[in-house]
Structures are given as C-alpha cells and as structure tokens.
Design a protein around this ligand. Structure first.
Ligand code: ATP
Ligand code: MG
Length: 556
C-alpha cells in the first residue's frame, strides 16, 4: 500500500483555528451513543473522530450515554459499548456520563423556559400535532394550547411529572415559531410522558426529555467545546443553539456535522441489525459476519486496522458509500505485516513418503514470518505420513496445474520436494492416500538432478498435527446496497456467508494459540482463534479475510 498524506479532515482545521485565535482554550469532545444496540463500523468512525481530535489537540473526550429513550435501552448495550471503545484503544475522560444524570437539571431548565414564557403544555394528539405542524412548503398553525398562562403551564408540567396523566396525553413544547422554515423550530416537543422504568433512574421519572432537549445542554454541563455529529443533525443545530441561548447555561458548545460512513455490502441501521439478531439470521450481535465492532473483533479484524481505515476514508461533509474492499484491504495490510504464518490443511488427504524410513521423524525449524525476525521461529514435525489438501493433488493435469500430479514434482512449503507415485483408492474409487517419493537432499535446496518443482503446496505432518474446526465466513449480503435494493433485505442474505469445516488439520503450534491470536494460514487466508470457542481440546479458527486484495489490485 502506498502511504499517501492523510486525507483532509475539515474538523481538524476548525479546531486548530479555534485554538490559534484564542476562541477556545482547550478541546473537549464527546462520543454520545444511545445504548440501544451494539456499536458498528459507522460508530468506529465517530469514535475515531471524537477521540482522535481530542488526542491530536491534547484535549479530552467524554463518553456520554444518550439514554433519553428507556424502552429501547439496555445494560447489555451500555457494557458492550464501553468494551468496544476500549478495544479500539481509546479511553474516555473520567467517569462515564449519562444524559439521565442530568434529568433533574433538565427538568429545572424546562421549568425555567415555562417561567420565561418559552414553553407550554400542549394537549394535541400526535395526529393533530402533525396536522398543525404544516409541511416543508406550508407554515404550521399555532396550537390552541399555545397561549396557556405561565401559572397554568407550571401546574400542568408538575402534574405531568407527578404521573397524573397517561402516556401521550400531554407534552411540553418549546414556544418558538410555527412558521419557521426549519420544521425543527416549529414548537418542538421537549418532554414526553412515558410511564416506563429507566435502567439508570428506575421509577424516579415518568416524563422524559427528548434528544434535542438533552443533547446540547448535556454538552454545556460537561463543558464540551466541539460537539461533533453526523449530517442528519445539521437541521437540528438552530434548535440546539436556541436552547443554549434561552437557558442560563455558562458554556457555549458548538455543533459540527460530518458525513456518515457507509460501506458497501453492509447495513448500519441499528434497527435492521437488531432484526438480524432477533430473527436468528446471525448468531448474535457479535456474530463474525456482523458489521458491529464486537462482530469484527470476533472475525479477527484488528483495532489498528480499523483505526487506519477510519483515517483512510477521511472526514468530510459528504455522505458516500465506501467500497468495503477498502476496509478489507486495511485488515489484510495489517495482518500481512503482523500475523505469524502457519499451515493448516482444510481438506486433508494423506501422503505417504514411501522412501522415508518408517521409524523415523524429524523436526524442522522455520521462520514464523518471512520478514519479521522478531516474530521468531516455530517447529514443524516431519515424517513419513503427511496431510496435504485434497485440492492440491490430481492424478492427471495440464501444465497450468502447478501442484502435485502423478509423476510430477512439487515442493512442500518449508520442507523438501516430493514426487507423486500412485493414488491409492478404496473399493468405490475414492482416493484415500497418495504414495509419493521424497527427493533426497532437497530441504531448502534444489534437487541434484536439476528437475525442479513447479509449485509449492502447504502440508502438516500426520503425527503432531491436530483436528480443528474452521469457520469460513464471507460477506453477509450479496447486494452492494442491501437496504437500498428493490427487494426485502432478507432476500440479499448470502446463503454461503458461513461454511463450517470440521476435521481440518493444523500444525501443532496452533493448538495452544491464545484466543484472538491472528495467523496467516499459508495459501488459505488470514484466520483468528475464536474468542470464545477455541481451546487446545477443540481448536476453532475463523476466516478473517482471504489473501486476494481486490481493492489494492484495482489500482487505488
Ligand atoms: P441508528 O443506527 O439507529 O441511526 P445511530 O447510529 O445514530 O442510530 P447513536 O447511538 O445515536 O446511533 O450514535 C452515536 C454517535 O455515532 C452519533 O454521534 C452518530 O452521529 C454517530 N454515528 C452513528 N452512525 C454513524 C455512521 N455511520 N458514521 C459516522 N458516525 C456515526
Ligand atoms: Mg442516533
């Protein structure tokens, strides 16, 4: 991969200017996930932007759970989100923050707005409110409840808080402008009645602030300087600023928006990801086919590669779709440099070296990586019986086939040259083993007779090797834009996104591999020891990514 200068990051420029001009003395950002699902590749981008900018300018980044919507939220998500951020290599400043910790302050501010004549209790039903709201081309109409007195509003708000009304019976709205061209300013709702338990505040509240009423104020409370979000919040910015202007807050955070990261062949809507989990299309939020951070981790993606990818795609105000091959390229690039090499035979076929003494065995010492001496060496048992891949042998073949053929030579990777003599078959004609001849004195050398091997194949000795399960993963969707295709999302599921292969034969060093350790299985791909299921008794490896790089070879 060619190392180009990092792509432009307009937020970097804005912050550098703010500091240079003295408009800001320090940088405080925040990452504000709603704990209603696992984080995905898009969040990884947001994390790298928020934590990355704070890091770049010697500032801090807070983690704030935006937990204003208790029905969909869960402690499982709060835990997984923290784990994912740490795994990516970032640490938030101080304690974890929750929007719910500010509920009392937010309520007091709502009362303040009412007292100032800037908010009112509205009894319109949801349908009526929609009608009064107008359209993009038509101004809205004032609610009949808009001119309630301050005293009446205060009384009704207190009654809402005390649980005297049913869900949906009343809302508190900011009194702004029903004719504003920006629909977000047409008297937006700031409090709703929801008689549900909250995972943090229990039964303390039966009214909850809206996202818009919580977000900017949360930023102000925490002294956030640069509140960075995605473009869909651009139209909310005037409202964000309206609240800060009309409330007695000291800090003045500013909101900036950038384009969402989308990758091809991927969905990132939490609602749709949840559907995949709920419908058992995948084995959970951390299924290795999921674009979740937990899924990518289990698949064998690395934090360094994900961070690199987020940097490669840049941070702009454009919303585009990035080729998922670029992400895969970043993973492959990292693993190519850092993953030790190993040999694993996916579909074992026994080779018997007929001229190798029956009572003899030897151990070969070979490098773990072709150009990383620091990764050391490993030992490979070698003997009369070996396993090769069934695909690497044919009784007859044309010249293009550079593997093992009767009467032809092939080099065993890291070992000697062999020549196939005879295919041994069972009564039904299936090949059960291949008798071969080892060419003398060809460990690391060309043969004395000058007849070279055409190709190189991988192998594992029959003794010392062990069975393993390999989980061969492929893209979950076979449509470039699964949620924008003309059919149901489910019709684009790749039926071959998971193939489980039992009885693969691994070299002995892999048996004790730690869960989550990465390898390149030579000629097969990059694999990771499964985070949960791998053990020395039942080795399990997941295919992280194949060897062929479609992005780099496309000339990018
Ligand atoms: P949903 O998937 O339901 O739309 P969300 O992804 O917006 O929800 P949040 O928990 O609100 O979920 O996101 C937390 C932060 O991550 C927000 O600041 C949001 O802008 C950012 N974010 C979410 N998706 C992406 C994405 N695809 N690219 C970049 N940032 C994202
Ligand atoms: Mg959101």
């Amino acid at each position: 991969m060619t190392e180009a200068a990092p792509p432009a990051n307009f937020l970097h420029t804005i912050i550098a200017d703010d500091l240079a001009s003295g408009r800001r003395q320090q940088v405080v950002t925040r990452f504000p996930p709603e704990p209603n699902g696992y984080l995905h590749i898009g969040h990884a981008k947001s994390i790298s932007v928020n934590f990355g900018l704070a890091e770049a300018f010697g500032g801090v980044c807070n983690l704030r759970f935006d937990d204003t919507n208790p029905e969909k939220e869960d402690q499982e998500f709060i835990d997984s989100i923290q784990q994912d951020i740490r795994w990516l290599g970032y640490q938030w400043a101080g304690e974890v923050h929750y929007a719910s910790s500010y509920f009392q302050q937010l309520y007091d501010w709502a009362v303040h707005l009412v007292e100032q004549g800037h908010a009112y209790v509205c009894d319109l039903s949801a349908d009526e409110a929609r009608e009064y709201r107008g359209t993009l081309t038509e101004a809205g109409r004032n609610s009949p409840y808009r001119e309630r007195s301050v005293a009446e509003n205060l009384e009704l708000l207190a009654a809402m808080k005390a649980g005297e009304f049913d869900d949906g019976a009343k809302v508190l709205r900011a009194k702004i402008d029903m004719a504003a061209p920006n629909m977000n300013l047409r008297d937006p709702i700031i409090y709703r009645i929801r008689k549900v338990r909250h995972h943090q505040t229990g039964d303390d509240w039966c009214i909850y602030p809206t996202y818009d009423f919580a977000h900017g104020q949360g930023d102000a409370i925490e002294g956030v300087t640069h509140s960075i979000c995605t473009l869909e919040f651009e139209d909310h910015r005037p409202l964000y600023e309206w609240f800060l202007e009309h409330l007695p807050v000291e800090a003045a955070p500013r909101q900036y928006e950038f384009g969402r990261l989308n990758t091809s062949y991927t969905i990132t809507s939490k609602r749709k990801l949840k559907q995949l989990v709920d419908d058992n299309v995948v084995a959970g939020w951390d299924d290795p086919r999921m674009p979740t951070i937990a899924g990518m981790r289990r698949r064998g993606y690395t934090p360094a590669a994900l961070r690199k990818f987020c940097e490669m795609v840049g941070t702009t105000r454009g919303d585009g779709i990035v080729d998922v091959a670029m992400l895969e390229h970043a993973i492959r690039d990292d693993l190519n440099t850092n993953a030790p090499r190993a040999m694993c035979v996916l579909d074992p076929l026994k080779v018997v070296l007929v001229n190798y003494p029956e009572d003899q065995q030897q151990t070969l010492t070979v490098p773990s990586h072709p150009n990383r001496d620091d990764l050391g060496e490993r030992e490979l048992p070698f003997g009369r019986e070996l396993m090769i891949d069934r695909d690497d042998f044919r009784e007859e073949a044309n010249k293009k086939y550079k593997r093992l053929v009767i009467g032809k030579r092939v080099r065993l990777r890291n070992a000697c040259i062999i020549e196939a003599v005879e295919a041994i078959k069972d009564s039904e004609g299936n090949i059960v083993k291949v008798h071969c001849r080892m060419i003398e004195d060809t460990f690391g050398k060309d043969p004395a007779d000058g007849v070279k091997a055409k190709g190189v194949i991988h192998w594992v000795a029959a003794h010392g090797g062990q069975r393993a399960e390999l989980r061969i993963y492929d893209r979950l969707f076979n449509h470039e834009a699964p949620d924008k295709g003309s059919d149901d999302l489910m019709s684009y599921i790749n039926p071959e996104s998971l193939l489980v292969k039992q009885g693969c034969w691994i070299e002995p060093g892999l048996v004790d591999a730690a869960p989550e350790s990465h390898f390149q299985f030579e000629r097969e791909g990059y694999f990771v020891a499964d985070r949960y299921d791998h053990s020395s008794d039942t080795p399990v490896f997941n295919l992280t990514i194949g060897l062929r790089d479609t992005w780099a070879s496309a000339g990018s």
